[in-house]
Every structure is written in structure tokens, then in C-alpha cells.
Design a protein around this ligand. Structure first.
Ligand SMILES: [Zn+2]
Length: 435
């Protein structure tokens, strides 16, 4: 073959590859924007954001040629959520200074509607603090707000870790029933979607980065409206691509699509957690559906609901599995894969050395990710219910020590680096195709 021909073929080939790649990046971008938009309201029950997201993901499966898993008869696998709490209104003032939700404070989802002005009593946690003593003091005077200042709590942590842990859970305790808590703790400024029905008082988490601790306010004004939702239905969205060699054995790719939702009028976009995993799941499914080359094993794609409120979707799938769990040869959970400057961590790698070694070999050859940490077990995301029922399951998340936006409103698409996205995508694609 003469040289011009060679170059022409090479050029055409790389141009086609470039186009394919450009199209995929465009697709990922589109899905990201949609999932993190205010339309989906942080993908919880608030404003029905989770239902809009579920319909959107189902449509993506449909439009991209991913099949309904025949044993389910539908893309949706639904389950009931007995009770949930939505904070519809939250206004807080300390000595007449109004705090900005998300910036100055976060209201934890505890079950209390409350309005009025109340006195504040201070409790500074120091190395001599005792849980019992504090509980006693609160029970004597339960009609005040208690300001728990954990600034010096590290001294107690060094001295008596047990006492420290007990005190850290004081504001989740049903043993104490004050009117409410104001908490200043540098390690706790993040939101949780778990609803605390048994806790009948508001918890105001202050942001240590914006709070001036010399102020010592005497009064708190609060206006909270909390709504209870009973028997809501949540749905996992499940898609399927048949394998060519072992169609009755499966690889599961999972990524939860729910997030923290909305508190009052503020929405949590949840770009890294876990629009990133959802986008990668849809992106992988689209590639597998459109390309001629098919995997040996059948692939089940599961977009889980209810992860943030206690891994509910993955627990439901594994206790009501549409296939014998023994036939699932591998489960890969993608949760927070939108960074990657510092590489990835593979949770459950030590428990599944043969899977981890496969990933390592691929990466040694192709250099997809800059670093790979062989992680231990941790029941921190949707791989866990699979692992507990004997399915070889790993959980991949990306690392970036400078991206610190975990469970806060700042975790948005505009600032998510996505610098490891393509590498992680290819790593997983290669693993699936060589399994
Ligand atoms: Zn999360």
C-alpha cells in the first residue's frame, strides 16, 4: 500500500473516531444538564423531581435501543416508601440576622413544624464533656434551643473516642427532647436525605466557614414547615442488553439517580452525586446498544432510586431479583465518578482480587486512570446489598482532593471537572467486553 493511501485511511479512521467521541461527549453533556436542572429539583420527592428523572431515564433507554428486561415486563421496578419528610419552608434568624440556607446553615430533615422566637443556651463540647450530664441539663430545661459548639471537640476525640461518638449523635437522639439544636461542627456541614421521624425537633447545622463564632447570639427565630408524605412509590429503572456467549449470565451496571432534593426553594443539583454515575450508565448502555460488537454476558443496567435514604432501590432489587442472583457474575456500582484528577478507588477490591486484577491489567496497558486504589469493603453505596447476597460486587468512585462538594448545593455541573470521566468510561467498557 502506498503511503498516501495509508495516511488517507488513517485520517478517515481517526476522523470517524473523533466524530464518535465528539458525539458521545455531547450526549453526556446533555444528560448532565438535564439531570442537574431545577426541573428535576434534586431528584427527590420534592416537586416530583424523582419521577421526572425516572421518566427521563426510561425514555433514554427506549430511544437508545436498550431493551426491557423480559422478566420485569417494564423498565420500572417499583417499591413503596412508607414515610418521607419534605422541608417546605425554612427561615432562621440569629439575633435578627437572617441566615442563608445552604450558605450559612442546613436544616436537617427532622419531623417538626415550628415557628417563633426562642432562647439559646450554649454547650461547648470540650475534653471533659459528658453525654449524661448534658442530657440531664437539657431535660431540666427543654423549652430552649441548645447551641452545641464542637469547635474543641477534637480534644475529647483524642481522649475518649466513645464519649465523643455518643456526643456526636446527641442531636439525633430521642433521649433528649429540647425545642431544637443549633450545631457548629466543622466535620458535619453536609445534608442527608434520610428522614428522622422519631426526632421531633429541628436541627440547624451551621457552616463553620461562614459563621462568626464570637457573636454568641441569645435568640433564635425559626419558621419551619415540614410535610409528611406517606406511601410514595419509588422506581428503579432497569434496562437490558443480551450477551452473545452467555445470555443467561449477567453483569450488572448500577448507579443511583436520586439525590437530596430540595429544601424550601433551594435545590441540590447532585452533579457528582450521582448525576455522574447515571450519565455514565446511560452512556455505556448507548454505546453497547449501538455498536456491532456485543459483550459475552448479558448486561443489566439499573438506575437505583432511594440510595440517599438508605440504599432502598438496591435492597429492593436484591430481595426481589428478576434473575437468580447466582447468575450475576459481576456487579459494578458507579457512584460519584465526575472527578478523577487523583485517580479512582475500587471499593471491595480486596474481596474480589480477580476483578481488581483485570482492571489493573487493562489500566497498565491503556493508562485510562492516573491511579487506582485497592479498597476494602464498605457498605456505603448500592454495591453493598449485592455483596451481602454473594454477588461479586465492586464500587468505583473518582478521586479529587480539591473537589470537596459532598452533599451541598455547590455540587453542580458547571464546576464538576469531569477530567476522569472518559478514562473511567473506557476502563469499564473494556472490562465488560473482555469478561
Ligand atoms: Zn450521596
Amino acid at each position: 500500500m502506498n503511503n498516501i493511501f495509508k495516511y488517507l485511511i488513517l485520517f478517515t479512521l481517526s476522523f470517524t473516531l473523533y466524530l464518535l467521541n465528539a458525539q458521545d461527549v455531547e450526549y453526556a453533556r446533555q444528560v448532565f444538564k438535564k439531570l442537574t436542572s431545577t426541573e428535576f429539583a434534586g431528584r427527590s420527592l420534592a416537586d416530583s423531581g424523582i419521577y421526572k428523572a425516572a421518566d427521563f431515564i426510561e425514555n433514554e433507554f427506549k430511544n437508545n435501543g436498550i431493551s426491557v428486561f423480559s422478566q420485569l415486563n417494564s423498565y420500572k421496578q417499583c417499591f413503596s416508601l412508607p414515610q418521607s419528610l419534605i422541608i417546605e419552608n425554612a427561615k432562621v434568624k440569629l439575633d435578627n440576622k437572617e441566615l442563608i440556607l445552604g450558605h450559612d446553615y442546613l436544616p436537617l430533615p427532622t419531623s417538626k413544624t415550628l415557628k417563633g422566637e426562642f432562647n439559646i443556651k450554649y454547650i461547648a463540647i470540650n475534653k471533659n464533656s459528658k453525654n449524661k450530664k448534658i442530657l440531664k441539663a437539657i431535660s431540666k430545661d427543654p423549652t430552649d434551643f441548645y447551641f452545641l459548639d464542637f469547635t474543641d471537640a477534637y480534644l475529647l476525640k483524642a481522649k475518649d473516642i466513645e464519649e465523643y461518638n455518643t456526643l456526636k449523635s446527641l442531636y439525633y437522639s430521642t433521649k433528649s427532647i429540647p425545642l431544637g439544636y443549633i450545631v457548629l461542627d466543622s466535620s458535619s456541614f453536609f445534608y442527608t436525605a434520610k428522614s428522622f421521624f422519631n426526632i421531633n425537633y429541628p436541627v440547624i447545622m451551621l457552616n463553620t466557614n461562614t459563621y462568626d463564632n464570637s457573636l454568641k447570639p441569645q435568640k433564635v427565630y425559626i419558621d419551619y414547615k415540614v410535610k409528611t408524605v406517606s406511601n410514595a412509590e419509588l422506581c428503579n429503572i432497569v434496562g437490558y442488553i443480551p450477551g452473545i456467549k452467555y445470555p443467561d449470565s449477567f453483569i450488572v451496571i448500577g448507579a443511583h439517580y436520586d439525590h437530596l432534593g430540595k429544601i424550601a426553594d433551594k435545590h441540590f443539583p447532585g452533579a457528582n452525586d450521582n448525576a455522574s454515575g447515571t450519565v455514565m450508565l446511560l452512556d455505556l448502555a448507548k454505546k453497547l446498544a449501538t455498536e456491532d460488537e456485543k459483550p459475552n454476558y448479558s448486561i443489566i443496567f439499573i438506575s437505583f432510586a432511594g440510595e440517599e435514604i438508605g440504599l432502598l432501590g438496591s435492597k429492593y432489587f436484591t430481595t426481589n431479583p428478576p434473575v437468580d442472583l447466582k447468575n450475576i457474575k459481576l456487579m459494578i456500582n458507579l457512584d460519584m465518578v465526575g472527578t478523577g484528577k487523583d485517580g479512582i478507588s475500587v471499593v471491595n477490591a480486596k474481596k474480589n482480587p480477580s476483578i481488581y486484577n483485570k482492571l489493573k491489567l487493562i489500566n497498565e496497558e491503556k493508562n485510562y486512570v492516573v491511579d487506582m486504589i485497592e479498597g476494602g469493603a464498605s457498605c456505603s453505596s448500592d454495591h453493598c446489598p449485592f455483596d451481602q447476597r454473594g454477588v461479586p460486587a465492586i464500587f468505583i468512585f473518582s478521586r479529587d482532593k480539591d473537589y470537596r462538594y459532598y452533599h451541598v448545593m455547590e455540587d453542580d455541573y458547571e464546576i464538576l471537572p469531569l477530567d476522569g470521566y472518559e478514562g473511567i468510561f473506557k476502563l469499564i467498557y473494556d472490562l465488560i467486553m473482555n469478561y
